[in-house]
Design a protein around this ligand. Sequence first.
Ligand SMILES: NC(=O)C1=CN([C@@H]2O[C@H](COP(=O)(O)OP(=O)(O)OC[C@H]3O[C@@H](n4cnc5c(N)ncnc54)[C@H](OP(=O)(O)O)[C@@H]3O)[C@@H](O)[C@H]2O)C=CC1
Ligand SMILES: N[C@@H](CC=O)C(=O)O
Length: 436
Amino acid sequence: MNEYRDLRVALLGCGSVGAQVARLIIEHGDELAARIGARLTLSGIAVRDTTAKRDVDLPQELFTSDAERLVQGSDIVIELMGGIEPAKTLILQALQGGADVVTANKALIAAHGPELAEAAEQVGAQLSYEASVAAAIPILRPLRESLAGDHITRVMGIVNGSTNYILDRMDRFGDSSEDAMRVASELGYLEADPTLDVEGYDAAQKATILASIAFHTEVPVDAVYREGIANITLEQIETAKQAGYVIKLLAIAERITSADGEHGVSARVYPALIRRDHPLAAVYGGKNAVFVEAEAAGELMFYGAGAGGAETASAVLGDVVSAARRHVVGGPGIAGSLHAGLTILPVGEVNTSYQVMLEVQDQPGVLARIAGILAEHGVSAASVKQSIADGAHERASLVIGTHIGRESDLAAMVDSLRASDLVHEVTSVLRLEGNE
Ligand SMILES: NC(=O)C1=CN([C@@H]2O[C@H](COP(=O)(O)OP(=O)(O)OC[C@H]3O[C@@H](n4cnc5c(N)ncnc54)[C@H](OP(=O)(O)O)[C@@H]3O)[C@@H](O)[C@H]2O)C=CC1
Ligand SMILES: N[C@@H](CC=O)C(=O)O
């Protein structure tokens, strides 16, 4: 039998993910040792309540409430507590003490990733956070390493499982948004504060991380344009369906060129229409998927579980094995510091197309005048559908699909429609994505 050296692994947090990580380290100990060439030894597990019952049976003597002490002298620190503090301070202490750090903490990486990567780089340590985006799906390593020789042009993902679940129930089962949200909540899909999911904050954190890694550029979370799904109605879902589309909350990171010819990056989150034959349209329930477009590789799709204790633990362990291998073979760790320095361009510079639903006066000449408003903003209509509801007097519903244009022109066109005396109400504005 091989005699392996021990690597001291400190686990911070033993909740849904941490308990599964501890289980995998213990249950797969021999196999991991053979792969790594060293044995992962859990030196302790830091929690708030050392007496609480855990999802997995673990030796009681491993538990401690002294996370700071546990971190000292570790080879690898796995942070699975969540939140900003004390996670950030503990990670910095771990790095300064020479440990490699693995975390799944999307909130922390979105807010302080570059600072932590810098700290890791200064001491030659490894900082990895594969599980922070789309949990079980290997996406950050492919973006950073597998596609390093290519030129990524766009990353478009369904990275929030609970909103995908809600939209999917509305689309496939006709649930109201309230009913769909109630079921999502009962299944434990939503964050403790559901506005993080529903208003797109969680997806924006993940968009920041995706954009930063895909384009090797610091993309602050505040620079991510964000709209959530709170106002999506069954009528919008039904109209989308009739036109051959499905509504998905998308996180998009893309190389774009501004009207002035400046090359940069756009990061944004919003509900958008995608055609039913697009690969992302077939991502049902609480699943996640990321669609990547690269110049040489073409289109790639990554699909799987975006949450769950064991699923997330799988990605965490992948990072742990990578860090542990470094302790065996030597050399500096990958910290993911971002050097490209591309400009982050505002959403107004994005090229997209709109589907606008509006209630207008049903009078001769209205369509021509509406077309005039589009033309004033340089917007070209790709389709116009008119319907008149039974009993609706002098009122017609229009669904206008535009050709691709600049977001700032499309948004100004909608403002003009809203201001027009012909228009009773603009009832929906959605972008079409991935359809070019
Ligand atoms: N759950 C999921 O599906 C996914 C989670 N993630 C990320 O993984 C991380 C962990 O998530 P999850 O396991 O769900 O979280 P949980 O809330 O289930 O667990 C958090 C753990 O951290 C411990 N903890 C929290 N604060 C402290 C503190 N100040 N000192 C010591 N221990 C502390 C808690 O201790 P105690 O039990 O004693 O209270 C608990 O064991 C988060 O960053 C999350 O965003 C990422 C992808 C998916
Ligand atoms: N609330 C999140 C959980 C994983 O990050 C989601 O719905 O995807």
